[in-house]
Every structure is written in C-alpha cells, then in structure tokens.
Design a protein around this ligand. Sequence first.
Ligand code: GLU
Length: 505
Amino acid sequence: MISYKSQRLQPRVRFAPSPTGPLHVGGLRTALFNYLFAKKNGGDFILRIEDTDKKREVKGAEKYIIDSLNWCGISPDERPGDKTKYSPYKQSKRGDVYEAFISELLAGGKAYYAFDSEDELKALRGNHEKKGETFVYNWANRNSLKNSLSMSKKEVQKKIGNGDKYVVRFLSPEKGEVTTLDLIRGKSTIDSKILDDKVLLKADGTPTYHFANVVDDHAMGITHVIRGEEWLPSLALHCLLYDAFGWDLPVFAHLPLILNPNGKGKLSKRSGEKGGFPVFPINWNENESFDGFREAGILPKALVNYLATLGWSPKEGSEIICGLELIEMFQIEKVVKAPANFDFERLKWFNHKYLQQTDNAKLAKILIELKPDSSEMDEEKLIKAIGLVKDRADTINELWGLCKYLFFEPTNYNENNLKKVNKEGLNKIVAEVLEKSLSDDIQGGLVSHMKEWGGAKNIAAGQIMMTLRMILVGDLSGIGIQDIINFVGLKSVAERTKNFKDSVI
Ligand code: GLU
C-alpha cells in the first residue's frame, strides 16, 4: 500500500534541471511554481542539478540555469555549492549515496543484475519488431535472460569478479495495480504488468534519471514534487521505487504543457524563431547563439507575472500581481490540467504595464546595457526622454526607438508622409519656424506662436503641426510637439529646420 508523506507545514520542493542546454520557458515556469509554492507555505526551494548523463551535458548550461533564475529573482534556499545536511546538490557528486541505495534494493531482492549486452538486446528488439511486437524486459521474459534471476549466485559473483559489464534493473511487479495520485490530475491506476524493468544503474556505474531522482527526493526530504507533465509517464515507476524502499511518497503535481502560440505542439525554439520571439530567459552563446527575453527588452518581473498565469489564474480582475502578492495568491491546487498556449503579445502587454511602474532611472540603466549606443547620451537627458515616451513602449528596446529623435536630428524623412506636408505654403511655414527658432524670443512656446501665425495667414493648423513634426522627427510620429521642442531646445529646432529645408525644399 502506497502511503503519502503527511502534509508538513514547511514543504521542501526542488527544481531539478538537467544541464543539457539553455533553460527553456517551460523549465522556468516549473521553477517559478515550485518557488511560489515554497514561499507561500513557508518552505524551502531547492535547486538540484541532475547531471548524471554526462553524454548529454552541454557546457555552460548549469551556469545558464543559475543566471536565469537570478535574473528572474527566483532564488533557491539551497543550491549547488552549499554545505548542508542534504548536500551535495549536484548528482554527479552523489555517487556514494546511489551506491548505498542500489545495494539496499539488491539485497532486498527488489532489483537485480543484468548482463545482457547491448548487441543481444538490440537483436531481441529486432526480432520482436519483425513480428510486429515490442520487446519489453520484464516479468514475461526476465527469467530466461542473462541476469541474476536466471543465474546462480556463484555465476553472478564470478561474472562481477571477472569485470563483466552489467546494469542493475528494477524488479517490477508481475501482478497488481499501481495507483498514483497527482494534485492536479487526481488518481490513476495502471496494471503493473505493462511496466518494464527499468535500468536503475547503468553499465558505467552511474544511476539513471529515475533512480537518482527518487533517491535524491527522498534523501533531500522533498515533500512535494512539482514538475512538467512530460514526467507523468514515469510516475508509476517512481511510486513503485518509493514502495520498494518502504519510503513515504511525496505529493506529486504535474504542471500542464506550454504549447506554441497556435496551440500545436510543445513550445519550441523553432516556433519562436518563426514568430520572432524568444523562448529562453537570457541570451545563450555556447554551441549556438540566440537572444532571450532579457535581450528582447522584457523585464523579469513581467516575465514572472506572465509565466505565473500559464496554467494557473489568479482570482478574476487581478492580473498585474508581483512579488509578495503573487506568493500570497498562488495556489497549487488551482493549477489546471489543460495546456497553455504561449502568447508573446500578452507577455508584451504585461511588460508594458511593468514599464509604466518602473523608475525611469532604472529603465535607463537597463536600456544602456541593451543598447550600448544609448550610453553615449547624457544620462539625465536619457532618463527624462524615457519618462516622455514610455507610455508608448511595450519593451525596453522600443524605448530607444521611440526616443532616438530626441537626441539625433533626423537625416531622412518618411517619403509618404512628406507628400502630406509638401503643399502650398510649406516654404512660408519653414521660413517662419526657422526665423522664430533662431530668434530665441517666443513667448508661450513655438507651437502656439505657429498656430497663431497660421491663423493670420490662413494656413490650417493641421498643416503647420504636420510640418513641424516632419522637421523635428522626420516622420508623423512622436510625443507632443511642444514637448519635443522643450526637450531638444530652440537651437536644435533651428538646426533641424535648416536640414529639412536643405533636403526637402
Ligand atoms: N532532470 C529532470 C529534468 O530535466 C527532472 C524531472 C523531475 O523534476 O523529476 O527535467
């Protein structure tokens, strides 16, 4: 009978990524939900690096995971490098733990040595395939294969003594049902007959994911396993392993998938490339290079807030929830089964809101890091410019595009819009703007002067405003015209007017 760990007041949860590449948005959401759950319940959030599969390990991936979590403010309470009663937190450093526990399973007859070579197994698979069947190493055939169940103790000792290669397999039960419980998906039952005898220890002496994962969750006192839906098929085996050791089960919660924006397939880097959006938190520059949300000008708080809504929704009416409020509101029981479609436009909507709340000096600092040419501007002026344009920006990168004309005089003019201002009277408007901007003496501002002047000359105000905009911005966009003039100063207005005159009239 499977028993569950009593729901302790202080949960211990873990994020257990394998360093096989940059951390994907799905992994980040898993880390976030673990973090929120732990903080909500006064518990601990642990980072464990599952690096037993050295063949799949990618250089730089572990650092990337840590940097990404730091950027998002998802800070582990225990992590690789810490010395606690549970350390080390990297599976490659926990060989002795696995050795002790594999011996326990072998001694208790819950696991067995298997000496079948790769070639022999390949041949068996091939033979089954020819008959349209699938080869499964389990109760149905294990007594006739090369293992410690079919051999005498002496034979087994001899083989091991000779240094023959072997793996250790789990003895999955021949009969009975395995009932698993998931906080999000409820109960499900499978016939143990269909399970295979999974390898727990590989021929090179390293543990497989299943074994190391279960052993470590137990050894590290993990109370709740919150992870992606892709691990659901492993749940029955994991429960059987707990049972084989006689350990209480943690509570399991498998989070729904994050799909591509069109709802087809798991969110992939390729669909991000096609749709022009990132799927990783920060830039990656190892075996290949790509930008992350940070480089796309997304604020970490906005990303965290958006990710929290993928699979879970806060109570109606509250969307912008950050920091402590998010922790306060989060309820793992309210996570849904249905997959969530990734929606970059919605993330940008969140980002827009967060941009408005963020201090302009802080935005300037982030902008300078992202767009080094903005660092050449006077910082005070940059901060002021950001304040003027930010209500139009969804991303930090857009901020720069939106305020560039406040620092640089336009060198070309939007041709289509130019046609709209290139009408009778243009010469006169430009001449008046030039004269006044050079005169340094316009009471009440250049814009109201020009409107008055236009009224007297019978030139439409619209025509004047459009011309001023073309002169100042090079296009019919931008913030209020008088705001632009105040920002750039009359000297620059005169300069811009001369440039306009030289290239347009
Ligand atoms: N190492 C696994 C991964 O990369 C961990 C899965 C789990 O959380 O159990 O996702």
